[in-house]
Design a binder for this molecule. Structure first.
Ligand code: ADP
Ligand code: MG
Length: 238
């Protein structure tokens, strides 16, 4: 059984249809990358999965449970935003502790989880700093750490590298790949960058105008693109 299952998911904002019926099955432990041009509906789909916006039609199942009407905090899902979305008045430790405390964890458990995340993300020397005292790359690592502290069944990352310069981008990308392997959970990673998708993904979802054009391994997409859109977007020779 797939860990995550999207069945004919649609999203409408007022009179605009943004997602036209998304079907997708993701297995436990996979790193799946959603890729596609700006405006194709990647962030909208992530927000539906996280529960930040209601699904207009269709079903979302996680670990055999229908998620459509489950509150975001009870889904076992953590999301990392492009803009970091850290609390400016809290230091790094408090930013990481906040969501874990909301889950009802005891103080020693919160401390232990933060120590583990800080070690994995090399944040130990920064725990007392405020977000404004951090570089972009450090802020993004805190945002990832804050998500990891909740030990989510599913980690969602929405263009996590887009505010970083080129050198940091490859560094944080490698870190995300390493974390995914170390933790062994399921990760969905959104980007508009096909190189990122090809280097990170177990499998890639190519989206275009609210639809899935193809779902497959980087190699399948490159060697057997389903159509001209995928071939052009992935840059395969066909
Ligand atoms: P992507 O993340 O792939 O760049 P988005 O999911 O952000 O794309 O947006 C997909 C489409 O949905 C865009 O046309 C965008 O304008 C529209 N959209 C996103 N959020 C809203 C909203 N809250 N209200 C109306 N339209 C929206
Ligand atoms: Mg987006």
């Amino acid at each position: 059984m797939a860990q995550l299952s999207l069945r004919a998911i649609k999203k409408r904002f007022k009179t605009t249809d943004v997602l036209h019926g998304i079907d997708l099955e993701v297995q436990d432990g996979e790193l799946v990358v959603f890729v596609g041009p700006s405006g194709c509906g990647k962030s909208t789909l992530l927000r539906l999965i996280a529960g930040l916006d209601p699904i207009s039609d269709g079903e979302f199942w996680l670990n055999g449970q229908l998620m459509n009407t489950i509150a975001p905090s009870r889904r076992g899902i953590a999301m990392v935003f492009q803009s970091y979305a850290l609390y400016p008045h809290m230091d790094v430790y408090e930013n990481m502790a906040f969501g874990a405390r909301l889950m009802g964890l005891s103080t020693p458990d919160v401390e232990a989880r933060i120590a583990e995340a800080a070690r994995m993300l090399k944040l130990e020397p920064l725990l007392k700093r405020k977000p404004r005292e951090l570089s972009g790359g450090q802020r993004q690592r805190v945002a990832i750490g804050r998500a990891l502290v909740r030990k989510p069944k599913l980690l969602l990352l929405d263009e996590p590298l887009s505010n970083l310069d080129a050198a940091l981008r490859s560094e944080v990308r490698l870190e995300i790949a390493r974390l995914h392997r170390e933790i062994g959970g399921t990760t969905i990673y959104v980007t508009h960058d096909q190189v990122e998708a090809m280097t990170l993904a177990d499998r890639i979802v190519v989206m275009n105008q609210g639809r899935i054009e193809q779902f497959g391994s980087p190699r399948e997409l490159y060697e057997h693109p389903a159509n001209t859109f995928v071939a052009t977007f992935i840059g395969s020779p066909k």
